[in-house]
Design a protein around this ligand. Structure first.
Ligand SMILES: C[S@@+](CC[C@H](N)C(=O)[O-])C[C@H]1O[C@@H](n2cnc3c(N)ncnc32)[C@H](O)[C@@H]1O
Length: 234
């Protein structure tokens, strides 16, 4: 499924961008100086740009949607962008041992994207390309959406303007093997955007990760942030 272009994403999903967790997630990773940083489902590269300010040595960004990659990314010789799915990127990285990246990852992060891809197999592949003691941090929502459609309406002040933009979000869950969340995002002046992703309980997240990582949960209201430290190879 195609995703949006960055400009439309930033307008449609402004409520989520205002609730940005980048600083908090980066703080949890500790000192980034000299580290190899991986931004999974990077979109416009909010995390990567801030990580660079914290003096990472090398940055790798993965997103399947080229139109989401920011044109104002602080490009430098030590930042690579891979336009491919997380599944393909991790598979490639593991297959060649070096793969698309010829170094092990010290810090991996995924902001607002984990529900699109996490499985136990992919968690395993991620751990295989991470250095010992490497940190993987991501956020997700922790309230299970209802089967019945839920409608949320709100207005946000348009940036640099006294006008408001009016928003409607419709969310529902379809029960099945994966419990898919369906989501329609509407903002005046834009075409609606439909996306779907998996519901992930804490039990499911731990089932995927705990073979490979020590998992710590930091829970704040409706958002959960997970900090996972790669286990030493048995
Ligand atoms: C909600 S946006 C988050 C973007 C960015 N991390 C942020 O916080 O602004 C989700 C991103 O995940 C990407 N995405 C979804 N499924 C993916 C997959 N299987 N592989 C790679 N990227 C994916 C989309 O293209 C989109 O850019």
């Amino acid at each position: 499924m195609n995703y949006l272009d960055l400009e439309t994403y930033e307008k449609l999903y402004r409520r989520f961008i205002l609730g940005d967790r980048s600083e908090q997630m980066l703080d949890l990773a500790g000192d980034l100086t000299g580290k190899v940083f991986l931004d999974i489902c990077c979109g416009g590269g909010r995390l990567t740009n801030m990580a660079m300010d914290r003096k990472t040595r090398r940055n790798i960004m993965i997103d399947s949607e080229a139109r989401m990659i920011s044109k104002v990314l602080k490009h430098n010789a030590w930042t690579e962008v891979f336009i491919m799915t997380v599944e393909d990127a991790l598979r490639e990285m593991v297959k060649t041992k070096k793969g698309v990246v010829d170094e092990m990852i010290d810090v991996a992060m995924c902001q607002q994207g984990i529900n699109y891809w996490l499985t136990q197999a992919k968690a395993g592949n991620l751990s295989r390309v991470m250095s010992d003691g490497g940190v993987f941090i991501f956020n997700t929502f922790n309230k299970k959406p209802d089967e019945r459609t839920k409608i949320r309406e709100y207005s946000l002040e348009r940036p640099f303007s006294l006008k408001d933009d009016h928003y409607v979000e419709v969310t529902w869950r379809i029960i099945g093997k994966w419990d898919d969340i369906q989501h329609v995002q509407i903002c005046q002046g834009e075409e609606p955007h439909f996306t779907k992703f998996k519901w992930m309980s804490d039990e499911y997240i731990r089932y995927c990760l705990e073979t490979y990582f020590d998992v710590e949960l930091i829970k704040e209201k409706a958002t959960s942030i997970y900090k996972c430290i790669k286990k030493e190879r048995q």
